[in-house]
Design a protein around this ligand. Structure first.
Ligand SMILES: [Zn+2]
Ligand SMILES: [Zn+2]
Length: 242
């Protein structure tokens, strides 16, 4: 008789009485994973946000060498991930220069807020300013400013102008994960002396969209430097003196 991995009927355990607890456990969602890479001469943070079934998004692809491409690609491969979207927090060179690689590999166009589209189109010029050669950029898609779902994860798309006109943060409310781009850092905020920057607008974005709306426990993944939390920044960030 063939050995089967399925139990015969009389081997199925009696779940009467514990079935509610069991089924609850089964349907409980698993936490998405966050993998950070530090790429390019600007030490930019590129994130892969992935859910347990393998769907993922890449936030700010900053890979800029064959080694960096291999680093992120081997992670995607080893974890059996399926990139669904390339999401940009803004149009600065260091956050978008890896987009051609993902367009070529996965056929994904980067998504960016409409107000940063013109900045995105100057990436080659930005590269020349910093003696930083950039490959031809794929056309970007305009972000639709409504929740974006992939697999089991829903990301809220939040406009946070100030560092750039179309600065965007991505927020997983269910798990308290915020990808803040160059808006908010641990102990600092984004610079506003670049084209389209506005100090008051930036502070207002942080105040109204983050500090007043999000819980202290929310983990913040910035575009540069270490991770932080909303509560830590509310208490100790010297720039947030409201
Ligand atoms: Zn920036
Ligand atoms: Zn940056």
């Amino acid at each position: 008789m063939a050995i089967t991995e399925h139990p015969t009927n009389n081997q199925i355990p009696d779940l009467t009485g514990i079935s509610r607890k069991k089924s609850k456990k089964k349907t409980m969602r698993q936490k998405p994973g966050v993998k950070k890479f530090v790429f390019n001469p600007f030490q930019e943070n590129t994130y892969v946000l992935y859910e347990p079934e393998g769907a993922c998004v890449i936030i700010d692809p900053g890979n800029n060498s064959p080694e960096e491409e291999e680093e992120i690609l081997s992670f995607i491969r080893d974890q059996h991930l399926r990139p669904m979207h390339i999401l940009l927090t803004h149009g600065h060179l260091d956050h978008v220069c890896g987009a051609p690689f993902f367009f070529e590999k996965f056929g994904l166009s980067p998504k960016i807020h409409p107000d940063d589209l013109s900045l995105y189109r100057t990436v080659k010029m930005q590269g020349e300013m910093f003696s930083f050669p950039v490959a031809d950029m794929p056309d970007a898609e305009k972000l639709v400013m409504e929740p974006l779902a992939f697999g089991d994860v829903t990301l809220e798309v939040i406009h946070m102008p100030g560092h750039t006109p179309g600065g965007t943060a991505y927020y997983d409310r269910a798990y308290g994960l915020l990808f803040s781009g160059d808006v908010l850092f641990r102990g600092s905020i984004g610079r506003t002396d670049l084209m389209g920057g506005d100090y008051n607008l930036l502070k207002n974005s942080i105040k109204t969209e983050i500090l007043e709306k999000m819980d202290d426990e929310v983990r913040v993944f910035p575009g540069h430097g270490p991770e932080t939390t909303v509560g830590y920044e509310a208490l100790s960030n010297p720039f947030l003196d409201f």
